[in-house]
Design a protein around this ligand. Structure first.
Ligand code: PSV
Ligand code: MN
Length: 451
């Protein structure tokens, strides 16, 4: 449905200025001993999954203001993801939420996705709401519930989600639990955690071969006093108790103000338990704003940890064509993330005011920029300055990468892969939103309120 002619025309209109900007960046990087081409190629490996729940306008608990042409079902959501992928060439997978986007026919949905060049990332279970016809309520929790029958129901739901995921070709399940308490004394803090672990063990025991299980922590909301999986420490305890195929998922919005999230990431890498991300950004709480819109330096510092770890697994990722600039001998000895370091990158946002497709295009671009900047960090120099306790130069080494304008580099990668130099402009020029607004009439699809 995307008018590719319009996309090409937009690219053509921008070619001259893009080439100028690219040449200037290439020259600048050359002076630092970095090959622009090498970085463009390394950036290719960065892909991020789009959440099935982010294609419709989100809402707050005060209301929702739908936009035109919202997808009415999961098929139309996939059509929108295909548009995002066509423009960015970086979103080939969808992360499905069940039952919000439960397919009636999983095989047919998988086929439709494949015809659009899409596949499925982690499937997400939902025991944080009661569904119509559900026998027992999750009002007082699911895996942590005092009633064994509720826990059994929640385990059965997760097994069902895995079953659907298997039919779709997913290879992981993300479990976020709203379980917790709003008042001191309401819930036994240790026993509720033990019950949760026991349920997770049952799900883990039924994980299909090659699958991974991610536990997603969150300090508050909807429980306001204590959540059962409140922080990365609790999540790590669960993942370690479960086994090798369990790991922690870091949703950037699920931290108390001023938490050093890059440090959380570094610790999880060190424990070999970093499973993946839900990217978004926040000013105050779990705001679910576009990734990189509020704290771009934090996003860069997180990416820096990821590139650093990936470069241990695959040294070519250091991004440099030239020999190290004064790196200290023996730095390699301290490196730990082994081969197979491959966290799952996913987005988790709620688009209350913006066109969801446009917001996701901006997010993917922001994520790629942050990752590209992290690829530019002179790791040998950083190792050297850290070893010498040269605080100023160590910080400046990071900032030199962060302050590089990598926009032409990211645009170049998109264009080389057949995407758009400027995705939002191309989308607008294509008239896609107007087209789906006339096509998607009748019963509008009302997405569930996002948490
Ligand atoms: C909870 O706030 C969360 O981050 C979980 O990932 C859910 O699955 C998602 O949001 C749903 O909105
Ligand atoms: Mn999340």
């Amino acid at each position: 449905m995307l008018d590719l002619q319009a996309v090409h025309a937009t690219n053509t209109a921008q070619t001259v200025s893009h080439q100028h900007d690219l040449a200037a960046l290439s020259e600048q990087l050359q002076r630092r001993g970095v090959s622009l081409n090498a970085v463009v190629e390394q950036l290719r490996s960065f892909e991020v999954a789009v959440p099935s729940w982010a294609l419709g306008t989100g809402g707050t608990r005060f209301g929702r203001f739908p936009g035109g042409g919202e997808p009415r079902d999961i098929y139309e959501k996939l059509d929108d993801v295909a548009v995002i992928h066509a423009l960015t060439r970086a979103t080939p997978r969808v992360s499905l939420h069940i039952p919000w986007d439960e397919p009636e026919d999983a095989a047919a949905l998988r086929g439709h996705a494949a015809s659009l060049g899409l596949g499925f990332d982690a499937v997400n279970s939902n025991t944080f709401q009661d569904q119509p016809g559900q026998r027992l309520s999750y009002k007082f929790g699911s895996f942590c519930h005092t009633d064994a029958a509720v826990r059994e129901q929640a385990v059965a739901h997760n097994l069902h989600v895995i079953d659907v995921g298997q039919q779709l070709g997913s290879e992981s399940i993300t479990i976020w639990l709203a379980d917790g308490s709003s008042y001191p004394g309401q819930m036994h803090l240790r026993r509720s955690f033990e019950r949760t672990l026991e349920c997770l063990r049952q799900v883990y025991a039924r994980l299909p071969e090659g699958w991974r299980l991610f536990t997603e922590h969150k300090p508050y909301e909807p429980a306001f006093y204590a959540t059962v999986v409140a922080d990365w420490g609790s999540s790590l305890m669960l993942a370690q108790a479960l086994g090798e195929r369990a790991a922690c998922l870091v949703d950037l919005g699920h931290h108390l103000p001023n938490t050093n999230i890059e440090l959380v990431v570094a610790r999880l890498i060190a424990a070999a338990k970093l499973g993946g991300f839900h990217f978004n950004d926040a000013k105050y709480g779990d705001d679910d704003l576009n990734a990189g819109s509020i704290k771009p330096y934090q996003l860069f510092l997180i990416m820096n940890e990821l590139v650093d770890a990936a470069s241990e697994a695959e040294p070519a990722l250091a991004g440099r064509g030239a020999p190290p600039s004064g790196g200290c001998a023996g730095a390699q000895n301290h490196r730990r993330a082994g081969p197979g370091f491959a966290p799952a990158y996913m987005i988790d946002q709620s688009h209350n005011l913006t066109d969801p497709i446009e917001a996701l295009l901006v997010t993917v671009d922001n994520l790629q920029r942050a990752y590209a900047r992290a690829l530019l960090v002179d790791r040998d120099a950083l190792d050297h300055y850290q070893a010498k306790n040269d605080v100023v130069m160590a910080e400046q080494t990071l900032r030199a990468a962060y302050e590089t304008d990598v926009r032409p580099l990211v645009a170049e990668l998109r264009e080389r892969q057949g995407g758009a130099l400027a995705p939002v402009a191309a989308l607008r020029a294509s008239g896609y939103r107007a087209a789906v607004t006339s096509a998607r009439t009748g019963a509008g699809y009302a997405p569930p309120q996002s948490l």
